[in-house]
Ligand binder design. Structure first.
Ligand SMILES: [Zn+2]
Ligand SMILES: [Zn+2]
Length: 263
């Protein structure tokens, strides 16, 4: 079975370039330094599963979707940078008579429907309050993780008989118990907004690159992609400082997971 992932958006909440910022990353014309808000497509055979609906969903759809509406949407949490494209997605699905399962644990779906009450009964959208989900032999699990000053979010773990990978975009200061589902994966996608962040922990909400490197030594994933990147990350400059199996994601990056050993 062909399994691949494609990053549709790899920025933090503000996007890169940031509005009104003249730093060298925000002024960069390098494609890898231009980032839309976070979202990632998982392709499992013929099924397309989109993680989160970025406020930049419409732009990402034109760039990457190949005129196809995803079959399933999974939500990590209900912050604007992860659900702001829901209105555009709802119109796209209903105008094209597409049936889409919109899946996340009960608390997240409740919050989404409180924000968008007019979408609760929208044709084509099937909101599913579930902690686990299955598509063919692909088993999907939502695991609650600490999101620091911003509350909590869910890491999403995917498993087939031969492959295990996970997407944990908005997390910080996880306990050992919270890390448990994310050990020894074939591929781990992890959010790191800054290379190093000196703000007091009480105001922080996403790991820095410096903080995750020692954690990765314990988790032992085969390959890691860092996403949810702010304007602190100059892709080319900073990637050369990473261990070989850890890479920065960029918008449009497509990875065939079943052939990951060839990376
Ligand atoms: Zn976020
Ligand atoms: Zn968040």
């Amino acid at each position: 079975m062909n399994v691949s992932i494609q990053f549709w958006g790899t920025s933090d909440a503000q996007g890169v370039p940031r509005m009104l910022c003249n730093c060298h990353v925000c002024s960069s014309e390098e494609k890898s330094n231009v980032r839309t808000r976070p979202s990632m497509l998982v392709e499992y055979g013929d099924d397309q599963i989109l993680i989160d609906l970025s406020p930049d969903f419409r732009q990402q759809f034109f760039a990457f979707a190949n005129k196809r509406v995803p079959d399933t949407v999974l939500f990590t949490h209900a912050h604007h940078d992860h659900i702001g494209g829901l209105g555009d997605f709802a119109d796209l699905a209903s105008w094209n008579q597409k049936k889409v399962n919109m899946v996340s644990p009960e608390d997240i779906i409740e919050t989404i429907l409180t924000r968008y009450p007019y979408l609760a009964r929208r044709n084509g959208l099937h909101f599913q309050k579930e902690d686990t989900w299955q598509i063919g032999n692909l088993r999907i699990g939502f695991h609650r993780v600490n999101h620091g000053a911003n509350g909590y979010s869910y890491g999403i773990r995917f498993e087939t008989d031969t492959l295990r990978f996970a997407y944990v975009s908005d997390a910080i200061n996880l306990t050992d118990a919270e890390w448990l589902p994310f050990f020894e994966l074939d591929c781990l996608i992890l959010g790191t907004s800054y290379w190093r962040e000196d703000a007091p922990m009480s105001r922080r909400s996403v790991y820095s690159v410096e903080e995750v490197l020692p954690i990765l030594e314990k988790l032992k994933p085969s390959v890691v992609y860092l996403t949810h990147l702010s304007h602190d990350i100059d892709h080319e400059q900073k990637e050369s400082l990473l261990p070989k199996h850890v890479r920065f994601a960029y918008d449009g990056l497509l990875i065939a997971l079943q052939s990951i050993e060839s990376l």
